[in-house]
Design a protein around this ligand. Structure first.
Ligand code: THU
Length: 138
């Protein structure tokens, strides 16, 4: 399928860069694109709290900002007693670029769960809805 180990290693490394002085909860993520490139991200918190961005969105935006919109998979790693799951906002953002991408969740003990994004965000709102709306207006 794809090199899950390589993706998890990138997420694990990105986690070491997490800026999480408020929650102390470090998260790392890494996105695999259709060209085989990996873009990573960590959570970046802010004193205002509300401006915090999750690791998954940082990784996805890094890929898109480098010209890679075809996301094949994302791995995320955090230190929990079970594999961490992406928050709702991140599920929505990831779905924009591939509603059926693979989501690999892992903790530091090596426990893993793998999902297809549409399992985590069924019946998603997506770019097609915008197109339908625009066609109506035209
Ligand atoms: N966080 C992520 O980076 N990814 C998730 O999937 C859930 C939460 C971050 C946001 C915040 O910096 C910290 O974890 C605590 O919520």
């Amino acid at each position: 399928m794809f090199d899950v180990k390589r993706l998890l290693e990138a997420a694990l490394k990105a986690r070491t860069y997490a800026y999480a002085p408020y929650s102390q909860f470090a998260v790392g993520a890494a996105v695999l694109t259709s060209s085989g490139e990996i873009f990573s991200g960590c959570n970046v918190e802010n004193a205002s709290y509300g401006l915090t961005v999750c690791a998954e969105r940082v990784a996805a935006f890094a890929a898109v900002a480098s010209g890679s919109r075809e996301l094949v998979a994302i791995a995320l790693v955090a230190d929990l007693p079970y594999p961490p799951l992406p928050c709702g906002a991140c599920r929505q953002v990831l779905s924009e670029f591939n509603p059926t991408m693979w989501v690999v969740c892992a903790n530091l003990e090596g426990q893993q769960r793998c999902f297809r994004l549409d399992e985590l965000l069924p019946e998603a709102f997506g770019p097609d809805f915008q197109r339908v709306q625009k066609n109506k207006q035209a």
